[in-house]
Design a protein around this ligand. Structure first.
Ligand code: HEC
Ligand code: HEC
Ligand code: HEC
Ligand code: HEC
Length: 181
């Protein structure tokens, strides 16, 4: 009885050892198959990933990339209060519009009430988290009431979208409300 139970105990151990060897060998080959060749080439990551990332087509540009073709907008945008705002925030990514230096697609252009929604994405007073000192906020309907216009007025009826204070400053100058700078 005692002997039998001992041999059972051994067979248990042997099965365990065989299982561990199988796992070990399988693990060794799985490592060879699954770990990419360039792993560890530069560090603890797949070295070839650098080439992969480099070959992804660039979708976003800078404002300078728009300026080379849009000279009139450039003049207005660069001198105005929106000079720090990216064209692509309002018009979408460069990559949808230009490839190899040529126009391949149409940029979205907001019109009418959509423009007000676009402006309020950044300038809406209800956005509490925005630092008031760095970006001016307005609330609706107060802003339009203050300016004594109808609620159906859209922002671009008074604010030039590419330089929101341009027309307002020009109007002021014409009325003699501010000195011509
Ligand atoms: C704050 C949002 C905003 C930014 C930033 C902006 N745009 Fe615009 N853009 C508009 C809106 C809105 C219109 C449509 C104006 C309208 O209908 O009164 C427009 C019109 C245009 C048009 C004329 C297209 C048409 O069919 O009327 C061009 C070209 C253009 N933008 C290029 C640019 C470029 C280049 C930049 C960056 C220098 C830029 N925009 C930055 C909102 C913006
Ligand atoms: C290689 C030249 C080129 C570059 C770079 C370029 N555009 Fe254009 N874009 C054009 C041409 C051509 C048109 C069509 C004629 C026009 O409206 O002047 C156009 C039209 C537009 C329009 C009007 C809607 C449309 O697609 O017809 C907007 C808005 C616009 N571009 C915004 C931009 C913005 C924003 C950038 C930068 C991210 C940019 N463009 C970069 C050539 C260019
Ligand atoms: C991506 C965010 C963004 C969008 C969208 C945007 N703006 Fe601006 N706007 C700014 C920033 C940043 C400034 C510069 C900081 C400031 O003066 O508030 C600015 C400045 C202004 C100013 C000058 C405030 C002052 O007295 O100095 C006005 C007016 C204005 N924007 C109106 C508009 C209008 C109208 C639209 C829609 C066509 C619009 N903005 C869309 C970010 C934005
Ligand atoms: C009836 C014309 C009119 C309309 C429509 C209008 N505004 Fe204004 N807005 C003004 C005037 C005028 C000022 C004062 C500019 C100044 O003091 O230099 C102003 C100022 C602002 C300022 C700066 C506020 C500050 O505290 O200095 C922002 C931001 C602004 N407007 C955004 C908008 C947005 C967004 C819309 C559309 C929802 C809009 N405006 C519609 C005329 C208008």
């Amino acid at each position: 009885m005692h002997k039998e139970s001992r041999s059972k105990y051994n067979s248990h151990l042997i099965r365990l050892i065989i299982a561990l060897i199988i796992f070990g060998v399988a693990g060794f080959f799985a490592r060879k198959v699954f770990i990419p060749d360039s792993m560890g080439e530069y560090g603890h990551y797949r070295g070839a990933d650098i080439e992969d990332q480099k070959s992804i087509p660039i979708r976003l540009g800078t404002n300078d990339s728009c300026f080379q073709c849009h000279k009139p907008v450039r003049t207005i945008h660069k001198s105005g209060v929106h000079k720090t705002v990216s064209c692509e925030v309002c018009h979408g990514p460069y990559g949808n519009h230009i490839a190899d230096g040529k126009k391949i697609g149409t940029m979205p252009v907001k019109r009418d009430q959509e423009i007000s929604q676009l402006c309020l994405r950044c300038h809406n007073k209800v956005i509490q988290a925005r630092p008031r000192k760095s970006i001016r906020m307005v609330g609706l309907p107060e802003h339009l009431e203050q300016k004594q216009v109808r609620m159906t007025h859209t922002c671009n009826q008074c604010h030039m979208v590419h330089d929101p204070l341009m027309w307002i400053n020009q109007a002021r100058e014409m009325m003699g409300l501010t000195e011509v700078q």
